[in-house]
Each structure stands twice: as C-alpha cells, then as structure tokens.
Design a protein around this ligand. Structure first.
Ligand code: UDP
Length: 237
C-alpha cells in the first residue's frame, strides 16, 4: 500500500485507551495501537501524535465536583503526560523511535515543546508525541491536535476514537442515526455535531485542515486511512 499522506497528526482520545476497564490504560489496547503506529511508521510517514487524558482525569469533571476549573484542567493536562509516556513505552517495544514533547515543562520526564525541535525530530523519522495539550486550561486536546497539526504542517488530522465516524445522532441510543461519509466544517458547526469542540473545528476550517474521524480499535484502520481510504467521516471544504 502506498501512503497518500507524507505527514499526519494523529489524535488519540484518552477514553479509547482504557478498553473495557472503564478507567486508566489497557495494556492490550496500548500495544495494539503501538503496532498500528509501527505499520504506518514503516511506510515512511512522518507522524505527530496528540494524546488525550479523559481515561484518567478531565478538568470538567473536577470542576463539577467543586474544584477550581483551571487547576482541574492542569490535572487533566498531566493525565495526558501519563498517557504519552505509556505510548512511548509501547512504541519502544515496537522499535519505533519517539520523543515526548510537553506543553507544560516537566523536564525530568519530557522535553519541553519547542516547534523547531518537533520538526527536527520528525525530519529524523521520530514519532513525536505531544503531551499536555496546548499547555493552557480551558482548552481540549482536540484543539491541541488542530494547533499542532498546523504547526508541523500535517496534511490531515486523524481523529481516532471509539466510533467509526460522525453520526446524525448517538448511534448507541438511536438506532436510526445515520453515518456521514463526509461533512463540511460548517455542517459540523451548524448541526452541533459532537465531533470535536468548536474551537478545534474553527481552527481546522480557518486553515483548511482536513479532519478524518474513524475507529482506532478496528485493526488496520490507521494504515488504511494513511493510504487514502475513507474509513470513517472526512470533514473539510
Ligand atoms: N486540557 C487542558 N488544556 C488543553 C488540553 C487538555 O486544560 O490544551 C485538560 C482538560 O481538563 C481536559 C483534559 O486535559 O479535560 C484531558 O484532555 P481531553 O479531555 O481533551 O482528552 P480526551 O477527551 O481526548 O481523552
């Protein structure tokens, strides 16, 4: 298979990492994802990864229990760093060279995020894992994914989740929900479709960054997506 894209930004949701457990990191899921990433790396595709933290902590949940929102968001960002290190470990077993670059400085465990350094790692064929989102509270890792995708000049943002695309309604609650093959940014925003938050979609729209939403747990999907198959829902235009 020939890759369609030479550089991609992969957004992995924290939630999808927890498998059946309902919390934390499932080693099986992590190893499976690492194997899939290794396949894409072997095609010579340059890859940045933004990883979420929802399997460990979300700022909004802390705030709902009375925490200060900004502090809770910092906890959420640190949760993404835990996931980033777990992913790096799994990639190492697959012999895929990687670096964790953190938007918050935690020097003992990760390099600070410096754009030029990220680009250099990518040029050297290393997978770059972006931790701690944008480094700012009140944002999400989806917005971080759109931002980093633009910064590294990725051709596409792959939003890998637990569902196989964007539906007109929640497919679990409503069996009549329709799956979209493609959508415009405006359709996502005007229909209030829960794909990514509005900040992330607006950023993608502003700079014409295509977003592909697909199921990351289906074997071979990341590779198929890299080779240009529409394995989910493509947002653009
Ligand atoms: N977060 C933040 N700023 C960012 C990115 C993330 O404050 O730029 C915090 C926020 O509290 C969020 C948590 O980190 O709830 C985990 O990220 P997210 O919910 O986006 O992860 P995912 O849904 O992908 O698992």
């Amino acid at each position: 298979m020939e890759p369609k894209y030479r550089r991609i930004l992969l957004k992995l949701s924290g939630e999808a990492l927890m498998g059946e457990a309902g919390y934390g990191i499932s080693p099986e899921v992590m190893f499976k994802i690492a194997r899939e990433i290794a396949e894409v790396h072997a095609l010579g595709v340059s890859m940045g990864i933004v990883i979420g933290g929802g399997n460990i902590f979300r700022g909004i949940s802390g705030a709902a229990k009375g925490m200060d929102r900004a502090r809770a968001d910092y906890m959420g960002m640190l949760a993404t760093l835990i996931n980033a290190l777990a992913l790096q470990d799994a990639l190492e077993l697959e012999k895929v060279p990687s670096r964790v670059l953190s938007a918050l400085e935690v020097r003992a465990v990760a390099e600070p995020y410096i754009r030029g350094r990220a680009l250099r790692h990518l040029e050297k064929g290393r997978v770059v894992i972006f931790a701690c989102g944008t480094g700012n509270p009140f944002f999400t890792t989806d917005t971080a994914a759109a931002l980093r995708a633009l910064e590294i000049k990725a051709e596409v943002l792959f939003k890998a989740t637990k569902v196989d695309g964007v539906y007109s309604d929640d497919p679990i609650k409503n069996p009549a929900a329709q799956k979209y093959n493609s959508l415009s940014y405006d359709e996502v925003l005007s229909r209030g479709l829960k794909v990514m938050d509005a900040t992330a979609i607006s950023l993608a729209r502003e700079y014409g960054l295509p977003v592909l939403v697909f199921d990351m747990l289906k074997s071979g999907n990341i590779k198929r997506a890299v080779c240009g198959e529409n394995v989910g829902t493509l947002i653009g235009g």
